[in-house]
Design a protein around this ligand. Sequence first.
Ligand SMILES: NC(=O)C1=CN([C@@H]2O[C@H](COP(=O)(O)OP(=O)(O)OC[C@H]3O[C@@H](n4cnc5c(N)ncnc54)[C@H](O)[C@@H]3O)[C@@H](O)[C@H]2O)C=CC1
Ligand SMILES: O=C(CO)COP(=O)(O)O
Length: 318
Amino acid sequence: MIAVLGGGAFGTALAVSLARDGRNVALWARDAKVVAQINDTHTTPRLPGVTLPDTITATTDLDRATGADTLLLSVPMQTLGTVLAQIDAPLAGKALVACCKGIDMQTLEGPTAILTRAKPQAIPAVLTGPSFAADIARGLPTALTLACKGETGVALQHALSTQNLRLYRTEDLIGAELGGALKNVIAIACGITIGAGLGDSARAALMTRGFAEMTRFAVALGGQAETLAGLSGLGDLALTCTSELSRNYRFGQSLGRGESFDASVTVEGASTARALATIAQDRALSLPISCAVAALVEGRASVADIIQNLLNRPLKEE
Ligand SMILES: NC(=O)C1=CN([C@@H]2O[C@H](COP(=O)(O)OP(=O)(O)OC[C@H]3O[C@@H](n4cnc5c(N)ncnc54)[C@H](O)[C@@H]3O)[C@@H](O)[C@H]2O)C=CC1
Ligand SMILES: O=C(CO)COP(=O)(O)O
């Protein structure tokens, strides 16, 4: 059995795709109302218009869900550590697949380090790449990166690929998780650019320089540049920086327009930008775009300030 932990848009969409393909899926959510709605009506507020297969069993019982061999962790990044801390079992030998995109603000770690510290006897993996939950749930084709070492990676690639989810495999967990985490920050920057009326040329410049920033950072932390050039980096960057389906991009647009944004919406890039700014300072790394987003999110700079600062940086080689 596969268990998905997290009853939000992405976790539910993954459960839908796996269940449609005949997998036995348990979906753990903390909210009893969401669980009852899924079990009783096969619908969820996070995926309007989607009928969930009745082979998905939703539960609030974490012990029941963690009895599965493979666990997909699809809660927001800043809550991953808390959710893992609620699981008493060591989960020895089980595959723990992080489906969240971000860097934890408290520990400054990505999902692999958090999984490994919390459950050292489990096998960590990362599932990431360009994929809107709504697209997956509608059965539209998507391609993702699955990062996991050894034979477990091969087995997981098969176990989690479905008719509409095509998984490519890598052993570079750091590169895969950082591609997904950093593209959200660049998507906020691109949203700001469009929201502030700076135009498509400026966005293309930010995407390109943002990609350079993502790659530089991932390599400095032990990831491989090739991974960043794949689905988890470039692929997800292209999707998130250009689509209004992206919450990070829409959040950036609101900032660029000087409008408020619904605080209940999951915007992973905002906390990740703040974590990145701290890491950049601690390690003397140059992350101008991410640091500019962090300054704006924290209210330390205005949109005009950050545009001016980015444009006034010393001229350099590409
Ligand atoms: N929505 C999408 O299209 C995609 C999302 N992701 C990633 O998936 C992760 C989850 O995002 P979404 O499902 O979209 O968010 P969401 O906002 O739809 O759902 C988040 C869910 O997590 C639950 N949650 C929050 N704190 C919790 C806690 N402490 N314990 C247990 N449950 C908790 C909420 O109740 C909610 O059901 C994020 O890291 C996101 O970047 C990745 C790819 C696509
Ligand atoms: O990660 C995503 C698509 O790959 C979803 O992006 P948002 O979190 O910005 O909506």
